[in-house]
Design a protein around this ligand. Structure first.
Ligand SMILES: [Zn+2]
Ligand SMILES: [Zn+2]
Length: 173
């Protein structure tokens, strides 16, 4: 899904697109509905629009994949990669504008949308706020089962006592 910059008419190009977004290798691409406007100022392209997608993410606690809806609006300026002289130029360089780059004469919408979605997904996704995660010792999913490892999580101040108790138990065996 590439757009040639010279196909952008003077009053801008408005498009509704359905773009595949893959944010990890484990799952197949999620379809994003994208509504964008592209404006061209010489070789500088201003892209703004909105993206709605439901991505599949691994929960940072239990590691299970879950569906996470992402809705975002973005506004970004793109300059040609080989024309770095244009970087940080006057007229469009509002602070709120990010700057990206494109190669040749084409804007790769798939790349742009993927980048925006990656920026918007949570750093530590959670399947639910209450997710209990998995036991770091035995790997049990604590949302589904409990395990007996809890007893091992001993306050370090009590560790000598626990050791003593363990040695008593061993003697009994
Ligand atoms: Zn989880
Ligand atoms: Zn456990």
């Amino acid at each position: 899904m590439r757009i040639n910059i010279y196909d952008i008419p003077e009053d801008g190009l408005h498009q509704d697109l359905d773009i595949p977004v893959s944010i990890n290798d484990r799952t197949k691409p999620d379809r994003a509905s994208v509504r964008i406007t592209l404006l061209r100022f010489g070789k500088k392209i201003l892209v703004h629009g909105s993206v709605n997608v439901t991505v599949s993410l691994p929960c940072s606690r239990c590691l299970k994949y879950f569906l996470c809806p992402v809705d975002l609006d973005f506004r970004e300026e793109y300059t040609p990669l080989d024309d770095t002289g244009l970087k940080g130029d006057q007229e469009l360089s509002d602070d709120e504008l990010g700057t990206g780059f494109y190669e040749g004469e084409e804007i790769n919408m798939v790349e742009i949308i993927r980048e925006q979605v990656l920026l918007a997904v949570p750093m530590k996704p959670l399947c639910t706020e209450e997710c209990k995660g998995i036991c770091s010792k035995c790997g049990t999913d604590l949302n589904e089962h409990s395990c007996n490892c809890e007893d091992d999580r001993i306050d370090p101040r009590l560790a000598p006592l626990a050791k003593y108790k363990a040695s008593l138990n061993q003697r009994k065996e």
